[in-house]
Design a protein around this ligand. Structure first.
Ligand code: HH2
Length: 288
């Protein structure tokens, strides 16, 4: 008999993340041009050092990306993306037991990284750019993060007009989840993400964050990615992403209060401590 009190679990290929407390996804961009950490961790040696540091800070999952999706970026071809991420996935898998997700919209990149031992795919397009990306996910029994974006990064900030942003994001994510399930991904392998900063203006981001709890109707764990993003800079008049940690932590705490159990961040220790204290206060009890 399943225990009705048991915490939900998010399954990946050969691993499971127990959502008995908020969990932290550490960002590892092996790109030259990501908006915050571009150029800092490219190459296997630097990437390994970064993973070691994030694991020591308590990361529950590491998200490896080889293509910047900042607003206006044109993207890279699959060969370039693979040359960046594949050696890193292989090396991290050899050295660390921490679950890995590959942040890609390309089926061929997802397949190669899952073959190399990644446990999850993080698709910012929610299966819209390359719907066939779902196939390697099914074949490997991998987990899948589906995020909302209305368009490709190059043009997404021309698509920030919504009649009801929460309803539209919900309906798009529901379609992503339904397509994943129809293709054979079990529901306990899927998490949803509203895509903060992706085709949203300041008001849109704030509306989504203030009504984040409505994503629970999708029946999947919620991943939130606000880390050092430009809406925080706009709110506080801070142009440099390096100055946006405190603003990020406010969104982590309130994201926990509104049901986000996974947080994609650059600053693992700060976000983990913020999330765990917020969780304890919310429940009036220590994390078990
Ligand atoms: N944000 C970014 C990239 N991938 N994936 C999910 N699921 N959710 C997000 O909010 C999200 C994401 C953008 O941030 P970052 O990776 O730091 O920058 P860049 O795209 O410039 O590499």
């Amino acid at each position: 008999m399943p225990d009705p009190q048991a915490a939900p679990v998010l399954r990946g290929a050969g691993c499971a993340i127990v959502l008995d407390r908020p969990r932290i996804m550490g960002i590892l961009n092996v790109t030259p041009d990501s908006f915050f950490d571009g150029g800092r961790h490219a190459g296997v040696d630097r990437a390994l050092r970064r993973v070691e540091a994030m694991v020591a800070e308590g990361a529950d999952l590491i998200d490896i990306g080889g293509e910047s999706t900042r607003p206006g970026s044109a993207g890279v071809d699959a060969k370039t993306e693979l040359e960046r991420v594949l050696p890193v996935v292989e090396a991290v898998r050899k050295r660390f037991a921490v679950p890995l997700s590959i942040d890609t919209t390309k089926a061929v990149v997802a397949a190669a990284c899952l073959d190399a031992g990644a446990h999850f795919v993080n698709d910012i397009s929610g299966l819209n750019f390359e719907p066939e990306l779902v196939r390697p996910v099914v074949e490997h029994g991998a987990g899948l993060f589906v995020m909302h974006t209305p368009a490709r990064p190059e043009v997404m900030q021309q698509h920030t007009g919504y009649r009801d942003i929460v309803a539209e994001v919900l309906s798009s994510l529901k379609s992503s989840v339904d397509r994943a399930v129809q293709a054979g991904v079990s529901r306990d392998r899927i998490a949803v993400d509203p895509g903060i900063g992706f085709g949203k203006d300041l008001q849109g981001n704030l509306t989504l964050l203030s009504r984040l709890d409505e994503l629970a109707t999708l029946g999947c764990p919620v991943l939130l990615g606000t880390s050092r993003k430009s809406f925080i800079g706009r709110l506080l008049g801070l142009d440099d992403p390096a100055d946006r940690l405190h603003g990020t932590l406010a969104t982590v705490a309130l994201g926990v209060a509104r049901g986000a159990m996974l947080h994609r961040v650059h600053d693992v220790r700060a976000a983990r401590e913020t999330a765990l204290v917020a969780w304890a206060v919310l429940r009036g009890a220590e994390p078990c």
